[in-house]
Design a protein around this ligand. Sequence first.
Ligand SMILES: C[S@@+](CC[C@H](N)C(=O)[O-])C[C@H]1O[C@@H](n2cnc3c(N)ncnc32)[C@H](O)[C@@H]1O
Length: 436
Amino acid sequence: MIPMMQTLIFISGKNWVLSLAELSAYFKARAIRFKLDYFSTEFFTIIFEKELSPSVVDDLGGTIKIASFKAKVPTETIKEAFLKKSKSAQTQVVETIVKTDILKNMAQTEGKLLFGISVYTSDNNIKTAGGGIQRYIGSHLKEELTALGKNSSFMGLGKDRGKAQLSHVEVLKKEFVEKQAEVLLCIGKTDTLIGITIAVHNPFEFQKRDVYKPNQRAIFGMPPRLARMMVNLSACTSEKTLLDPFCGVGTILQEALLEHATVVGVDVNSWCVKAATENLEWLEQEYRLSDADFRVISGGVAHLAEKVGVESVDCIVTEPDLGPALKETPTKTYAQKIISKLHPLFMDFIEQSYQVLRPNGRLVIVTPYIRTRSKERITMTIDEKVKEIGFKRIYAFTDDMFSANAPDHGRLMGLPSLVEMEERHKVGREIHIIQK
Ligand SMILES: C[S@@+](CC[C@H](N)C(=O)[O-])C[C@H]1O[C@@H](n2cnc3c(N)ncnc32)[C@H](O)[C@@H]1O
């Protein structure tokens, strides 16, 4: 057993499984020792052996907030307090917060103090009570702050807001991290954790890389947050070389360059080669990357080993062609036709990848995940090829990352791939992690 020193709460993005997989890969790649103590669709509790810098939030595509754990109360008490309206339980919740250093730290803010409260839970009954919980705790903390000699106001949310949560933009704009002024109430199955936000995702930075880079075309790009999550899944760190052989406008390359990796792009389309190069040059200037090391080469993946070099890269992260843009949900037959047409390109590419990767190198690859009219999902089978070549599949979740108290995680450990698909999309992404 290693002694564990710091407990942090991570608020996940929409795709919590992918967010959790990213965190686990990020920590493992940096030999940061951790245990996952709790997970739910909304938040994770992670215990670390050493203190983690809050700035890691800028390296993550799938984490919205990080909070420092301060205290806990049984979730039963929360239910008594806010579903059954027990006065003594309500008092107990407020007293638990008052006993921490949360109010004292807030009270040190100059001028009038503005503070906020966000409630995270995957329990629908409690979710509907979220606004009430927020207002009750807010008004009582305001009274406590007055008793500490601090004039404060509580940032309430309109009743029309579905969730009793401050958005990352609100937290950024009100400078709640610097002012230690956002209290989180993370309601789990048995325990409710109380924390204070210490880091928040900055959507403007990701947006800047998405919309202000000189060259962009949706069909040759992807969302930077997803690109960053994939880079992290590949265990990419500053001393490694990362290749994207279908680099398009270079979104994946950009995110890897921000991790200070050496990056190599390849694309069959000469416009993309120029576009990605210019985008990387822009990033180098915009982020003042004095150590930026990148090159983009023109070529098809058929001759990848010749172009890039045998056993010359540590990570390959890529999204090849996912087929035509679909206006309507396809039939099963049409979806299967799309997959068969793309199949040879993917199989050739997997073979080439093996040659280019160094031993233990990782390939993170997206394959199409197609929704059909019959509701069946049509996907591409790559397992046979992966095995035949000598690659092995990496499971994002392993038993050793869970603490003895963690909820049942059998289902997570059995997941061979990660799926990213929005409600409105016909074609989603199936993300595979494969190792040489
Ligand atoms: C979906 S885009 C990739 C997005 C990119 N990964 C990013 O980070 O923005 C797919 C790219 O694959 C390229 N491509 C298609 N067939 C190819 C092939 N046989 N060899 C190399 N590139 C190819 C296309 O030109 C296109 O730019």
